[in-house]
Design a protein around this ligand. Structure first.
Ligand code: BTN
Length: 339
């Protein structure tokens, strides 16, 4: 990635966040650096999705105030799960999943959460990048450990989806839906995605790093980078700040993962299906080798695999490298109904 925010970038951002308008000279003096360093820090901020307003004679100001992430505020929403989680917040990291996976290997405890204001190399499913602007998203990963083997965790990603929808509905987003396997949508636009990475033995124990990216307020430069229809919580009418949203999401995730630890995905399956945007719809499954399979969605099984009714019978797809699209006729019907 072209930009590499430094501690100075964040010091400049905190100053702008606290002061309103600041001249380049004032920034240089307060931060005790040269005007050139200030100029570079401001360029880094813009590259990271922060919109700056410039006014002759007054200097720079943030176009939108940043509600900084704050562990104390998040904890207020965690109730009995406050002691289960350990929250760590950082300004910048390549990918919260990558870092947490490394820490898991060195023995980090279950419940460790890594939240970043900015990821410089955020990862999505199927080797894709995940983009989010500084202060405009919630990007975090949670470590969970399981006594069961890695195979037991197959449906975990879908269980997490149930937790996310419950959290969003508790925030008033009634039309949040899921798209198999891991996308969270509002009116067919992507609001959030999850990346679940699993390690462990067949017979156990095993661990999962559950990475979640939620668009809070998409900025113009992030929108340009994203290669699909996307939306954010602000557009969905959510008035809670990022700490409030994160707290509620973590609470609901703890609920579903606890249930999953005891009983697997099976008991959550019906609820997941009720949120599925393509339930009973004609879809095309795209396979990693470029092949396609057409059929009608017939639900998911207890391991989270997609069930597709095809001409040649019921087929089962495991999330891995497969992706799902509404097939032509269903897509046309959808765009007609959204006119
Ligand atoms: C997808 O929709 O393809 C999954 C996106 C997952 C993004 C989150 S952001 C926090 C965590 N860290 C990453 O690098 N990825 C996940």
């Amino acid at each position: 990635m072209a930009y590499a925010p430094t501690p100075l970038t964040f010091r400049a951002l905190h100053l702008l966040s606290a002061e309103g308008f600041c001249s380049g000279e004032q920034l240089a003096r307060t931060l005790d650096v040269s005007r050139t360093s200030v100029w570079r820090a401001l360029k880094d901020l813009e590259a990271a999705g922060v919109t700056l307003l410039r006014k002759r004679g007054r200097g720079y100001r943030l176009a939108t105030a940043i509600d900084w992430l704050d562990p104390t505020q998040v904890s207020r929403h965690l109730g009995t799960y406050r002691d289960v989680y350990e929250l760590r917040m950082v300004d910048v990291v390549e990918s919260t999943n990558t870092t947490l996976l490394e820490q898991a290997v060195y023995g980090a405890a279950a419940g460790l959460i890594l939240v970043a204001e900015l990821q410089t190399r955020g990862r999505g499913r199927r080797g894709r990048a995940w983009y989010a602007g500084l202060g405009g998203a919630l990007t975090f990963s949670v470590l969970w450990r399981f006594e069961q083997g890695a195979g037991f965790l197959a449906g975990l990603g879908l269980a997490v989806g149930v937790g996310l929808v419950r959290a969003l509905r508790s925030l008033g987003v009634e039309d949040a839906t899921l798209k198999w396997p891991n996308d969270l949508l509002i009116r067919h636009q992507k609001l959030a995605g999850t990346l679940v990475e699993i390690q462990g033995d067949v017979l156990g124990p095993s661990l999962a790093v559950v990475g979640v990216g939620i668009n809070f307020r998409l900025d113009a430069s992030t929108r340009e980078r994203v290669d699909q229809a996307a939306t954010d919580l602000v557009s969905a009418g959510v008035r809670h700040d990022r700490n409030g949203v994160l707290g509620r999401v973590l609470w609901h995730l703890a609920e579903v993962v606890n249930a999953f630890q005891d009983h697997g995905f099976g008991p959550l399956r019906g609820e997941w299906e009720s949120y599925h945007v393509y339930a009973g719809r004609a879809v095309t499954v795209r396979l990693p080798d470029g092949g396609r399979e057409e059929g009608t969605v017939a639900g998911v099984d207890d391991s989270g695999a997609l069930l597709l009714q095809t001409r040649s019978g019921l087929r089962r797809f495991h999330s891995g490298e497969v992706s799902l699209r509404a097939s032509g006729i269903d897509r046309r019907r959808r765009s007609a109904s959204s006119l």
